[in-house]
Design a protein around this ligand. Structure first.
Ligand SMILES: Nc1ncnc2c1ncn2[C@@H]1O[C@H](COP(=O)(O)OP(=O)(O)O)[C@@H](O)[C@H]1O
Ligand SMILES: [Mg+2]
Length: 272
């Protein structure tokens, strides 16, 4: 197992955002985490990646207990993530945003940077080459020298994935990567996720797009009110009455939850 989450708990005041959640991700596996808005998906990812301190439970990454460690320490042990709301450096170029991901493993000494030694210049070239490699990998179409905030939204999402890959992770957490993408971009995302897995990187995916989830996942974990209500193969989960109830039993104006209901009911569009 690359990730083992056991009895994870996170409370905000009286709200049990994550309530005794256990799940795991195998090496090279794609596992989706689904559930209605507010179910605790992002909170669980924030605990796994060290952005929140869990109230209880354990998180093991590649066999090592990383519970409550700082995000940088967990990243250094092989975890990279993207965010539900993009977190790029808007005032930096596309290329520099991805180069930032390489600093995790590219060991640069301050003294070399200060004196601009050949060693420093070599490592800067290496960072640039690596950034281009990942921008090629995600098939970024836009200008790499321009500011990242000038790219269309779908392209910015690719840059964020490229930056995460530049960290050379063993496990990649993607929080709603299809949100805001059009139909064609979603189909490309599906292919991209599969290509990332072919690199040997395991993926944990939070996603509302059920077509994408059902097509790409080996396993699906379903959360409702912080608790796991199902964990199984996509076809079993989609027929699970408790899962359908979790989506149907809520009053919501959220378009994506409505879409998820339709897809769970079997009327969804299929991805290529
Ligand atoms: N920083 C926070 N402070 C207080 N409550 C929060 C915070 N983040 C999330 N919550 C609450 O925790 C619950 C789970 O939220 P979240 O993890 O964002 O759900 P999801 O990603 O499944 O939509 C919700 O009730 C939400 O309001
Ligand atoms: Mg969320």
């Amino acid at each position: 197992m690359i990730l083992e989450v056991k009895d994870l708990r996170l409370a905000f005041g009286g709200v049990r955002a994550v309530d005794c959640l256990s799940f795991s991700v195998g090496v090279g596996e794609i596992v989706s985490v689904i559930g209605p808005n507010g179910a605790g998906k992002t909170s669980a990812f924030n605990c796994v990646s060290g952005f929140y301190q869990p109230t209880g439970g354990t998180v093991r990454l590649a066999g090592e207990d990383v519970t409550g460690r700082r995000p940088s320490a967990i990243a250094a042990r092989g975890l990279a993530r993207t965010f539900q709301n993009l977190r790029l450096f808007g005032e930096l170029s596309v290329l520099d945003n991805v180069r930032a991901g390489t600093h995790l493993w590219l060991k640069q000494r301050a003294v070399d940077a200060l004196l601009h030694t050949p060693r420093y210049r070599r490592s800067e070239r290496e960072a640039t080459d690596e950034a281009h490699k990942w921008l090629d990998f995600v098939e970024l179409r836009g200008d790499r020298a321009g500011l990242v905030r000038n790219l269309p939204y779908g392209e910015q999402r690719r840059v964020e994935i490229a930056r995460a890959l530049a960290r050379r992770p063993k496990l990649l957490l993607l929080d709603e990567p299809a949100a805001g993408l059009n139909h064609g971009e979603k189909a490309e995302l599906l292919t991209l996720i599969r290509r990332i897995r072919e690199l040997g990187v395991a993926i944990a995916l939070i996603e509302h797009d059920m077509g994408l989830v059902m097509e790409v996942s080996e396993r699906v974990v379903v959360l409702n009110f912080g608790k796991e209500i199902a964990d199984g193969r996509p076809d079993d989960v989609r027929r699970n009455p408790a899962v359908i109830e979790a989506y149907l039993g809520r009053d919501t104006d959220d378009d994506e939850v409505h879409a998820a209901r339709t897809e769970l009911a079997g009327e969804g569009t299929q991805h290529a």
